[in-house]
Design a protein around this ligand. Structure first.
Ligand SMILES: *Cc1c(COP(=O)(O)O)cnc(C)c1O
Length: 375
């Protein structure tokens, strides 16, 4: 048996999306900028996809810029907005995705000032501190909607209100929350989305950018995406993303399976603890610490049984540093090292989840017997 419980890292592409995408590779392969009928055909479909995604977040189609994914959208939003003006202060949080943290770090090297807002034990950003950090030189606030490691949902409506009050642009990375939590971009300046986290293809994403926002593109090239992101449009990718977005996640089922997993693990395995807020949390995420053992060992043993999970985020799991998110929440090094992220999708099943828990129980027992840490 197999169990794929790593849907925050990537997801199975929906059959409906694959079926639609085939057309644009096999027969409707015209360049969407070409003036002949095949270009027109592709352009019409691209604009249909743009409209579907715009409607899903209550934006206008012209505010949707297709990109190569979440990483590019984060880079484009932060650099594009900061570089468009003279202000040089950025506010972010300590638990952002590397695409945001590294971009801020690089801008710091280029002369910007960066304030990192801390989170509480639950992994939620401190709004009061955020408000106090804003000053006359603040060019941008960038705070994620839902965290990729612990699934906590940040109060972005409140943050947007504050930013509007102080007239500071607000960007949010909504890659993990998109389709799972309703979003209205009315008060948001820029937002990042990615297709492969919602059962769409890899290598395509969206930057929502509010009309009229001063913006400096990163790339030079043609006039694609209203000049904000040049490069021949990935029509198949955009269509695949739109189909995936309109399928929706089936939140109730995901939440039920996730709660079943948390309940069984915490009850049946001693020395376990759920990380992150219980209530303000994405429906699909369970991040659990196992006392006295390393998350990496658990992950490798689960993998040998056909079960996929993550330690920290996939982007940082190649390094042996404990998760920056768990450390920011105040976990000790050994607690952060012993954590596993389980993430469910609309295609997960109860037998799959139960198989994973049963194997996990055996693995934890064996590892604790041989681990020097647990003595
Ligand atoms: C996956 C992810 C990204 C990066 O998206 P890609 O499309 O893989 O580049 C950015 N932010 C968050 C929160 C993510 O989970």
């Amino acid at each position: 048996m197999k169990a794929y419980l790593d849907n925050s890292a990537s997801t199975m592409v929906a059959k409906e999306a694959i079926q639609e995408m085939r057309k644009y590779n096999e027969s409707m392969y015209g360049n969407a900028s070409s003036l002949h009928y095949m270009g027109e055909e592709a352009r019409v479909e691209l604009e249909k996809a743009r409209k579907v995604i715009a409607e899903s977040i209550k934006a206008k189609p012209k505010e949707i810029i297709f990109t190569s994914g979440g990483t590019e959208s984060d880079n484009l939003a932060i650099r594009g907005i900061v570089k468009a003006g003279k202000k040089k202060h950025i506010i972010t949080s300590t638990i952002e995705h590397p695409a945001v943290l590294e971009t801020c770090k690089n801008l710091k090297k280029e002369g910007c000032k960066v304030s990192y807002i801390k989170v509480n034990k639950e992994g939620i950003v401190d709004i009061k501190k955020l408000k106090r950090a804003i000053n006359k030189n603040t060019a941008l606030v960038t705070i994620m909607h839902a965290n990729n490691e612990i699934g906590t949902i940040q109060p972005i409506e409140e943050i947007a209100e504050i930013c509007n009050e102080y007239k500071v642009p607000f960007h949010t990375d909504a890659v993990q929350s998109y389709t799972k939590v309703p979003i209205n971009v009315e008060k948001i300046t820029a937002m990042t989305l990615s297709a492969h986290k919602i059962h769409g293809p890899k290598g395509v994403g969206v930057l929502y950018l509010k009309q009229g926002t001063p913006f400096k593109p990163l790339f030079s090239g043609g006039h694609h995406e209203s000049g904000k992101r040049p490069g021949t449009e990935n029509v198949a990718g955009a269509v695949g993303m739109a189909v995936a977005a309109s399928l929706g996640p089936n939140v109730k089922k995901i939440e039920m399976l996730r709660d079943h997993l948390i309940k069984r693990v915490l009850k049946e395995i001693p020395g376990t603890m759920l990380n992150g807020s219980k209530d303000s949390r994405l429906c699909n995420n369970a991040n659990i610490s196992f006392k006295g053992i390393e998350g990496e060992s658990i992950m490798v043993h689960l993998s040998m049984k056909g079960i996929c999970v993550s330690t920290g985020s996939a982007c940082s799991s190649m390094s042996l540093e404990p998760s920056h998110v768990l450390l920011a929440m105040g976990l000790k090094h050994e607690e952060a090292h012993g954590s596993i992220r389980f993430s469910i999708s609309r295609y997960s099943t109860k037998p799959e989840v139960d198989y994973a828990i049963n194997e996990l129980k055996k693995i934890v027992k064996t590892l604790r017997r041989i681990s020097p840490l647990s003595k």
